[in-house]
Design a protein around this ligand. Structure first.
Ligand code: NAP
Ligand code: ZN
Length: 387
């Protein structure tokens, strides 16, 4: 057995954990840039808690609340410029993966003289102290060294990665997710599931990352019924109505997504993520939904290849973690479950699939895969998922 586990973020979970642990923030600097999306951080209480904790410490802050979903390079650079202009000396990201990623990138960009066009290619050796506070339970960005940014041209979603992007602290307070609507709850849970499953199917998976992955898959699998039956709120995706999920379920989803983040911090993601980015770029499909649309076909593909090659299979351990009470879930059962969670699937044209497959085949995730994959395989996977 060999592994080299590194995850330097201190993770603190519990109701009111930001205010209770405000002394930790007090050590980070004098003035924070707080990075959030447009609305949710103000509504779910997370921004209030941060503002309260900072004020009680005698620290000031500036709010950058302009992060859109799938944040752009320009957005991260704008936040970095604000850091420099205001003289902020640490960064706090509050929100789903989008604000958390923008906060990470800004913390590094503020200390690097990088042209906007070169953000993806640059290497980052320094970053301001960073704190992340997730308000969705999916991306695990609070414990990873990646920030995923959309290119200036809008045709590429790609990570910047560096150990300096690991947050100093991650504060996990499930109360912020109380009013998260069904669509975001389900899509982000699928994202977390996808991280753990893909993490088990990469060349870098280890006993350590697999242990985290199996646990996080099992936690989410134990909540499949709740997710399937969660009531849709009137606005479809807005968090307008009272949550249908109990605080215990919210807590478990958050734990599972952070565990899944710890998995991809070691392993990276696999082909599903590389392919899913194309759906998000073209259709603005939610990140987690994009993965969910592709995951069932991908698992069957890996299963077929493992059987054909006669190599020690990894799929059975995933099926076992997905099953309840000692029974494995079959891949067909898992696909049917995904169908229930996702509803009617989007349809892609042959031209779209050809173009997406071309781009996906050129990604690191496709080239550096545990099961080797050709463009023709990727076309088939898109067709099976969206045909
Ligand atoms: P998101 O884009 O961060 O947020 C989606 C929506 O949920 C936004 O409208 C947001 O509103 C709202 N929202 C957030 N928290 C809420 C709450 N507590 N209550 C009600 N509404 C809330 O979605 P996400 O799926 O969490 O993040 C996706 C991004 O993360 C993608 O760019 C993906 O590539 C990236 N990602 C990063 C990593 C990594 O390791 N760094 C891993 C996986 C994915 P507001 O805009 O008003 O806040
Ligand atoms: Zn993801």
């Amino acid at each position: 057995m060999e592994f080299n586990y590194f995850m330097p973020t201190r993770v603190i979970m519990g109701g009111d954990c930001v205010v209770k642990n405000r002394a930790l923030l007090g050590e980070l600097g004098k003035k924070a840039l707080v990075v959030s999306g447009k609305n949710s951080a103000r509504i779910n209480g997370s921004y209030d808690d941060v503002a309260k904790a900072l004020a009680a410490n005698g620290q000031t802050h500036v709010l950058f609340d302009r992060v859109m979903s799938n944040p752009t390079v320009d957005c991260a650079c704008d936040a970095a410029e604000l850091i420099r202009r205001e003289g902020c000396d640490f960064v706090i990201g509050i929100g789903g993966g989008s604000p958390m990623d923008a906060a990470k990138a800004a913390a590094a960009l503020a200390l690097a003289a990088v042209d906007r066009a070169a953000v993806h290619g640059a290497s980052y050796t320094r970053a301001l102290p960073l704190v992340e506070i997730p308000t969705t339970a999916g991306t695990g960005s609070e414990v990873t060294q990646y920030a995923i940014l959309t290119s200036q041209s809008g045709d590429l979603k790609k990570s910047i990665g560096s150990p300096v992007l690991f947050p100093r602290y991650a504060f996990l307070d499930p109360r912020y997710m109380r009013r998260l609507g069904r669509e975001t709850t389900v899509n982000t849970a699928i994202d977390a599931l996808s991280h753990s499953i893909e993490g088990m199917l990469t060349p870098r998976s280890s006993e350590m990352s697999n242990a985290l992955a199996r646990e996080s898959i099992a936690i989410i699998a134990g909540l499949f019924d709740e997710l399937v039956h969660m009531k849709k709120d009137d606005a479809g995706r807005a968090a307008a109505s009272a949550a249908a999920l109990s605080p215990e379920v919210r807590e478990k989803l958050l734990l599972a997504s952070t565990l899944a983040g710890m998995v991809i911090a070691q392993t990276g993601t696999a082909l599903v993520h590389a392919m899913g980015y194309e759906l998000t770029l073209e259709w603005a499909t939610d990140h987690g939904r994009a993965n969910g649309l592709l995951l069932g076909a991908f698992l069957k593909f890996v299963d077929e290849r493992e059987r054909a090659a006669g190599i020690p299979p990894r799929i059975p351990a995933i099926c076992a973690a997905l099953g309840a009470a000692g029974n494995s879930m079959t891949l067909d059962e898992f696909s049917r479950l995904l169908d229930k969670l996702l509803g009617v699937r989007e349809k892609a044209s042959c031209e779209q699939i050809e173009a997406w497959a071309q781009k996906s085949a050129a990604t690191k995730n496709a080239k550096d895969a545990y099961i080797s994959v050709q463009k023709s395989d990727i076309i088939r996977l898109f067709e099976q998922s969206l045909g």
